[in-house]
Design a protein around this ligand. Structure first.
Ligand code: ZN
Length: 94
């Protein structure tokens, strides 16, 4: 695959599709400030259910989740999931 797929049209389309749903943050369950500036910690970011580093698909809508910028980056910096994320495992099918 050539180039950075995050700059691609399909990735931007996926972002717009997810953004339009106005879902709460999948990490903390609170509403996301969809109208906020992209640099705001509570603004919308596209997160991935299965991290790309673990084989998750960048462009798969089923792997895309809405998250706060703050939650997305703090999750990425942690080696293991925080306790607040754990309850969501119950509703997940493996
Ligand atoms: Zn959040």
């Amino acid at each position: 695959m050539a180039g950075n797929p995050r700059n691609g049209r399909r990735y931007r389309t996926l972002c717009a599709w997810l953004r339009a749903q106005h879902l709460p943050c999948w990490l903390c369950g609170r509403e996301i400030g969809y109208e906020l500036d992209a640099r705001h910690p509570l603004s919308f970011t596209l997160d991935h259910l299965v991290p790309l580093s673990r084989g998750g698909q960048l462009l798969d809508p089923a792997n895309a989740r809405a998250a706060h910028r703050r939650c997305n980056s703090s999750r990425g910096n942690r080696a293991r999931p925080s306790p607040t994320v754990a309850p969501q495992r119950a509703s997940r099918r493996w």
